[in-house]
Design a binder for this molecule. Structure first.
Ligand SMILES: Nc1ncnc2c1ncn2[C@@H]1O[C@H](COP(=O)(O)OP(=O)(O)OP(=O)(O)O)[C@@H](O)[C@H]1O
Ligand SMILES: [Mg+2]
Length: 233
């Protein structure tokens, strides 16, 4: 996502609103700038608009108003190959996972790397490493639909980060996990962040951001409020 005019900014949202018919205001005039290699936490009550905001960032939904730039480019103006290329650089772990339930865990994790024609050897190693980090080694060949929700959640995360995207969007990554497994998930995301990825995490779980130096913002009535300034940048 190289661009000369981006000044170290990965995400720029300017006065973004999203309404769903007939009259749900999910987001109202949201403006925020998220830096390259920042880890950013998005909180808010159920229904506050967290998932909506993430969906706008990966072009799964389009804003009703406002401007969104990723890597210095207006994502609503992107079409065809450019849009496909940008999407390959964004890894998304969806709140409802969106996994291929009839395929194995390894196949699900490998998908983003296969789409970008990585070598099979490289793919196999990355899949193995990620499954080990997330304590899923014994599920490598398991059918994904037979896994528990907490296991599926980790498969979704492994798939999101496998191809080393420059932007990682994760929606409630620890909702179904115990404290030990939560720590593994956060270690992986921190590792990706330390390698230079911008990471945006939507969560209710204050335990995952409480002791970090990262910026936290909260959605309330569709508006974005600063909870705590980051001290990591
Ligand atoms: N496709 C849709 N059609 C209509 N309304 C929607 C749609 N998607 C979301 N909404 C509404 O928009 C608001 C924001 O929803 P969103 O899923 O973004 O919240 P959230 O903060 O992610 O909640 P949760 O913590 O429960 O995941 C809610 O009022 C929701 O009902
Ligand atoms: Mg949500």
């Amino acid at each position: 996502m190289k661009d000369d005019n981006r000044n170290g900014t990965m995400i720029e949202m300017i006065k973004v609103s999203k309404t769903y018919p007939p009259d749900v205001y999910a987001l109202r005039d949201v403006s925020v700038s998220i830096a390259d290699a920042e880890m950013f936490f998005l909180t808010g009550m159920s229904g506050a608009g967290k998932t909506t905001l993430l969906k706008l960032l990966c072009s799964m939904e389009y804003p009703s108003n406002g401007l969104i730039e990723i890597g210095g480019r207006d994502i609503q103006k992107m079409r065809g190959k450019k849009l496909a290329k940008m999407r390959q650089k964004i890894g998304v772990a969806y709140q409802d996972f969106k996994l291929l339930l009839d395929r194995t865990v390894a196949e699900n994790v490998a998908i983003s790397m296969e789409v970008s024609y990585k070598k099979p050897q490289l793919i196999n190693k990355r899949v193995k490493d990620l499954l080990e980090i997330l304590a899923l080694t014994d599920k490598h060949n398991a059918i994904t639909g037979e896994l528990s929700r907490g296991e599926q959640q980790r498969v979704a995360l492994a798939r999101a980060v496998a191809n080393s995207p420059t932007l990682i969007l994760v929606d409630e990554p620890t909702g179904n996990l115990d404290a030990t497994t939560t720590a593994r998930v956060m270690q992986l995301l921190t590792k990706c962040n330390n390698s230079g990825a911008t990471v945006v995490i939507a969560t209710h779980d204050h335990s995952i951001y409480r002791d970090t130096p990262h910026r936290i913002m909260e959605l309330r009535n569709g508006k974005l409020h600063l909870v705590r300034e980051g001290s990591a940048q």
